[in-house]
Design a protein around this ligand. Structure first.
Ligand code: FAD
Length: 472
């Protein structure tokens, strides 16, 4: 399906810029190119752009923003970069980390001021690995709202989005430049459109079981919770083109998807003082490491499931997320006045659950690190009434991809850039390194929005500088 054609033949219709994929990366790239005078055409395989962006909580981390300043949060891109590198064991390319951490704050403010995306700082709890409060979200705290507002902004700005248009073949000239795309329609018809520059914003390969089995064998049987249309086209094209790829095993898992409801349960349920037990009522890990690596830990438990145990106070914090409220409405979150009753509803041994709770509360009271290595210092005690939700581990999205430079240009194996080919979001290698434990909360939308913005601006610079490619 996804392949490269080398041809210098004339193409009937040509646009300045084609963007493959209408998620957060593609639409941000489109808005930024348009702001710099380039008319983009977004190709989206679905009838309406959704992507993994719509499935996400829509939270974007950024440092030094005006929303942080208003909340007296002293943060800088340097501190943010240090957190990313620490979480990813120093694996990501430092220049890329600097680029995205410096770009993201101004980009969110630009989206708010110019395109009516009213971001605010998520307060109340800090995500694991972040040294400051730096998650920013839209009022509903949902990815649906993020993609809807980006799409509305694109439509208002006069950006063309061609829906039900799956890019299949990338046409490259014998000079090594991208020249166009062959797309297929749901009725099987095909069209070709030429372009002066091409941005790949079609995310990673989470929706392609063969690629998951090849690059992340430990997650081959896990539920894929991302957008099924993300089939790894960018890396398949890239590999055929001789483009460099990196950290292909890197991914974000999540150890907190309500089962069987299939709804994301915010990790605040854990970070605010909750804990996870298996069907025997026993803890099995340091949950506070991060939700990404917790996916494999949960999947390793009997039945591949666990219970997250928390209380009404934490449920109140989690209730700011639409997903959590949906889980409550679906009765996926169970309630009880005491542990005995809770254990009964969870169908786990009450004595085992009670003894787990006592051990957790003792660790909190001592303010120390427990046997799993979890630091309970300053963590609030759980108090009645209690809550619990049955969860499983899932693969959310892949983090490896095409290697890009500081202009989001795709690099070849020899380190040279392919002059007019760019990648953003999950199509590009992100800043999470090669392991799930390297994923710092928000790395997904960070690189989608920041690299989307950078790629749009870079395309505009390229087309203005290269008079042979200037928009006519
Ligand atoms: C449940 C869940 C929760 C998450 N929560 C967060 C969060 O709160 N914060 C965070 O930072 N990250 C989060 N993420 C990750 C985040 O959603 C992704 O990193 C981000 O959305 C990637 O954006 P993107 O634009 O690269 O991809 P997408 O949003 O997936 O967009 C890619 C688009 O490309 C289209 N496409 C694919 N192939 C083609 C083709 N050949 N031709 C045409 N179109 C094509 C797809 O249909 C899709 O619309 C979450 C992910 C999941 C699954």
């Amino acid at each position: 399906m996804s392949r490269i054609e080398i041809s210098d033949r004339a193409l009937k219709m040509t646009v300045p810029l084609i963007i493959v994929g209408g998620g957060a990366a593609g639409l941000t790239a489109a808005l930024s190119a348009k702001a710099d005078g380039v008319d983009p055409l977004v190709l989206e395989r679905d009838a309406v752009p959704h992507g993994s962006t719509a499935l996400s909580a829509g939270l974007v981390p950024a440092a030094g923003t005006r929303w942080q300043k208003a909340a007296a949060v002293a943060d800088t891109p340097e501190m943010f970069a240090a957190d990313i590198l620490r979480k990813a064991h120093d694996e990501p390319e430092r220049g890329l980390v600097r680029l995205v951490t410096e770009t993201i704050g101004p980009t969110l403010e630009w989206l708010a001021d110019t395109h009516d995306l009213p971001f605010s700082l998520v307060e109340g709890f800090r995500y694991p690995g972040h040294s400051e409060l730096r998650m920013h979200g839209l009022p509903s705290r949902s990815g649906e709202e993020l993609i809807d507002r980006l799409r509305t902004a694109a439509e208002k700005t006069g950006i063309d989005i061609l829906a039900e248009a799956r890019a299949e073949v990338l046409i490259f000239g014998t000079d090594g430049r991208a020249r166009g795309v062959v797309l297929s329609r749901p009725d099987g018809s095909r069209e070709e459109i030429g372009c002066d520059a091409l941005v790949l914003a079609c995310n990673g390969y989470g929706g392609n079981p063969a690629l998951v089995a090849e690059h992340i064998p430990e997650m081959r049987d896990a539920l894929y919770f991302g957008h099924p249309g993300n089939q790894g086209d960018a890396i398949l094209w890239g590999e055929e083109l001789g483009a460099a790829t990196r950290h292909l095993g890197g991914h974000q898992g999540h150890g907190s998807v309500a089962h069987p409801a299939g709804i994301l349960i915010t990790w605040a349920t854990v970070m605010e003082g909750g804990f996870q037990v298996n069907l025997q009522g026993e803890r099995f890990s340091n949950e506070a490491h991060g939700y990404s690596e917790q996916a494999a830990s949960v999947l390793a438990q009997p039945g591949g499931v666990a219970w997250t145990v928390f209380d009404a106070r934490i449920a109140g914090i989690a209730g700011q997320f639409e997903d959590f409220r949906t889980a409550e409405r679906m009765n996926a979150v169970i309630e009880a006045d005491d542990m005995q009753e809770l254990a009964g509803k969870m169908q786990v041994d009450p004595a085992a659950l009670m003894s787990t709770l006592e051990a957790v509360e003792a660790a909190k009271a001592d303010g120390g690190i427990d046997g799993f290595g979890r630091d309970f210092t300053g963590v609030a005690k759980l108090v009645s009434p209690y809550r619990a939700v049955k969860v499983t581990g899932a693969l959310f999205h892949t983090q490896g991809g095409l290697v890009v430079d500081h202009e989001a240009r795709v690099l070849r194996h020899d380190g040279f850039a392919i002059a007019n080919l760019f990648a953003a979001g999950g199509a590009a290698c992100g800043v999470s390194g090669s392991k799930p434990s390297g994923y710092l909360s928000g790395n997904g939308l960070l690189t989608a929005v920041a690299l989307g913005y950078v790629s749009g601006r870079s395309v505009a610079r390229l087309l203005k500088a290269d008079t042979s490619l200037a928009p006519t």
